[in-house]
Write a protein that binds this ligand. Sequence first.
Ligand code: ZN
Ligand code: ZN
Length: 379
Amino acid sequence: MSTTKRCYYETLEVERTADEPSLKAAFRKLAMKWHPDRNPGDATSETRFKEINEAYEVLKDGDKRAAYDRYGHAAFEQGGAGGPGFGAGFASSFSDIFEDLFGMAGQRGGRGTGRERGADLRYNMEITLEDAFVGKTAQIEIPVSVTCEDCSGIGAKAGTKPKTCSMCGGAGRVRQAQGFFTLERTCPGCQGRGQMIEDPCPTCSGAGRIERERTLSVNIPQGVEDGTRIRLAGEGEAGLRGGPPGDLYIFLSLANHEFFQRDGADLHCRVPISMVAAALGGEIEVPTIDKGKSKVKVPSGTQSGRRFRIAAKGMPVLRSRQMGDMYVQVVVETPQNLTKRQQELLAEFEKLSSGATQPEAAGFFTKVKDFFGTRGAAS
Ligand SMILES: [Zn+2]
Ligand SMILES: [Zn+2]
């Protein structure tokens, strides 16, 4: 995996010597360009967006950048210096971009408080064409971690209070002298919280959050298409230690339909008809997506493949009152498994056929004859 991975500096289109402000500027520019909200339904931009995020996550952090400069991507593989859990999944890339681009930094809380925005969740939902036609309210069950009610997310057992961390005196950061430099880093004793929990809450074991199944109602509007994304703000995972929750993204995919094919707002339907019906003409009844029926007049002498339009029997257009059309394509089915009697009748019919009954065939064979005729004359 690491061999195919692009260099983080290349991903951000910066020099290896780039300083922090130019890294940030490059990241902002690229993230705005590739943000999935600006490129809905485009898988490439989502991938690019994740790569940009991952690269910036590493390079903006002095320690991680140093490790990357020294060991490359190997520094962050499972079991490597970065340890498990690192790497920009869908969730982490989103939580960061919203903070960075839209100025939500205040919601995360000051540095060192340990407050953290909850992760975003992705939920894939398959719906039928009929659902997309009428729209619906779907009940979904999602496993989410929610703030523990017993300790209000603090993680300390009821009646006890977290104690100020002795390693950092509550600052959440510690200073270390290394040669000429003094490094300031997140306190390893309290992971930046500034507080230590001596009696953890028994309900959540001190994490401040618990896993729950949550039922949500999702409103699916009429006319949604394959790949439509619905964002439910604040319905993602609970934040850490009182941080704000993440968002929930519902990715819709449309199941294939038995006989309707969708093309934007229009629907297409192939209807087989008999040779005799096509020749004599008549009326056929076709199903419509609204569970009704429409009649289509098939004129006598209809050829296979001919399309008929039924106005406004297609799909609704998202957030509008417009409706697409339905196209019925008739396909003439050649009779098979004929009885002796049927063969006789058709043979008799053929004898009576002429250029008038089969103009296309007659015309074609005349042309073929001419073709051989002129070639013969030339040689
Ligand atoms: Zn608790
Ligand atoms: Zn501490």
